[in-house]
Design a protein. Structure first.
Length: 364
């Protein structure tokens, strides 16, 4: 827990410093209130990822001082994650890095990690066997696309105060727990470092929304989640590959389902942003119905009321993944059950109708 506490304190102080100083630099403020995914009504610093990244670096150096044996692994992981972070943070400051550019940088970081720390997908577990992937021409593209996809998925769900942060913390704590069970100290320390840094940021982000993760924070967290999950599973054969699938299934399936919906149902570009993700629908239909129309207007300033619904939903995957990390067939069943639950919930919310009294109040 020492790693978690050091990272938490560093992140909390750095985030507060950024909040105090960022208004001197208007380029780092999110003042776009009219985008399809915007649910805030005042300018907010969008470079929270900077404090998280710096806190992880500082606490990683402390961990290296205490445990010199992990120096190479820790510095290599920070170098690779820094490449993914760079594209996001430059976008946060300038608004001039395209989604493709950020994705390519994240892929470059994953490519470097493939060779530096052997972070590669080399097997897929099944109920009674395991499929080896010995060929680099197959393993390399699968690994790079998987890590980049996870980083992008965290960015996709970063739509409301505390949503991506708490979901990521839960996943990282699960990684730390499983790493403890298999005595993988590097994954244990690394997961706690990132979880602590996100928690330090979270106290300023939730519920008041004084600062946002931004693309830098989302891509950095997503990259670290992808790499740490990959390393844990591939370094420890007793951990099923389906643990990784179930652990990350909420943001990953959200991204895949959204791309499918846009491309095949709406006939639009698969990468075009829209406002009908699951978290957006919960905000506009369920939360608005729960608190009423007048109070719903105030949600534009305190959108965090939506996040707890998704925290609980994501735990439907994280908890069984954590408990069943070595039981492949149960993990497969839970993954399928989560997908069915997601699709059922999504279309139930789509068909959800506001009560007549609420519609009448709106007309008045």
């Amino acid at each position: 827990m020492f790693s978690f506490i050091v990272s938490f304190v560093a992140s909390a102080l750095l985030t507060l410093l950024i909040i105090k100083q960022v208004r001197l630099h208007s380029a780092a403020l999110d003042s776009d209130f009219h985008g399809v995914q915007k649910v805030h009504s005042h300018s907010v610093a969008r470079i929270g990822g900077l404090s998280i990244f710096l806190a992880v670096v500082l606490s990683a150096l402390v961990s290296i001082w205490r445990l010199p044996a992990m120096t190479y692994w820790m510095l290599s992981l920070l170098l690779c994650s820094g490449i993914a972070f760079a594209g996001g943070i430059v976008e946060d400051f300038t608004g001039k890095v395209s989604p493709i550019g950020r994705l390519l940088l994240t892929m470059a970081g994953a490519l470097l990690a493939y060779f530096l720390i052997d972070a590669r997908i080399d097997r897929i577990d099944w109920v009674f066997s395991s499929w080896a992937i010995p060929f680099i021409w197959l393993s390399l593209p699968i690994t790079v696309l998987a890590v980049a996809g996870i980083a992008n998925a965290i960015n996709i769900i970063d739509g409301f105060n505390g949503l991506a942060s708490v979901v990521s913390i839960c996943m990282l704590l699960s990684l730390a727990y499983v790493a403890l069970q298999v005595n993988d100290s590097f994954i244990l320390v690394s997961a706690l470092l990132v979880a602590g840094a996100i928690t330090g940021f979270l106290i300023w982000n939730y519920p008041v929304g004084l600062i946002f993760l931004g693309d830098g924070g989302a891509y950095f967290i997503g990259f670290m989640l992808g790499e740490l999950t990959l390393l844990l599973v591939m370094r420890n054969s007793e951990v099923s590959t389906w643990y990784a699938v179930l652990l990350l299934i909420y943001p990953v399936f959200e991204t895949l389902f959204s791309a499918y919906r846009r491309a095949f149902i709406q006939g639009k570009s698969a990468v075009m942003p829209d406002g009908i993700h699951l978290h957006s629908l919960i905000f506009r239909r369920i939360v608005q119905w729960t608190v009423g129309r007048k109070e719903a207007r105030a949600l534009m300033r305190r959108n965090s009321m939506t996040s707890p619904y998704l925290w609980l939903f994501s735990l439907m995957a994280v908890i069984p993944a954590t408990m069943l990390w070595r039981h492949t067939w149960l993990l497969i069943c839970c993954s399928l059950l989560f997908i069915i639950s997601y699709i059922w919930l999504y279309f139930r919310i789509i068909r959800f109708k506001s009560p007549r009294w609420m519609i009448m109040n709106k007309k008045k």
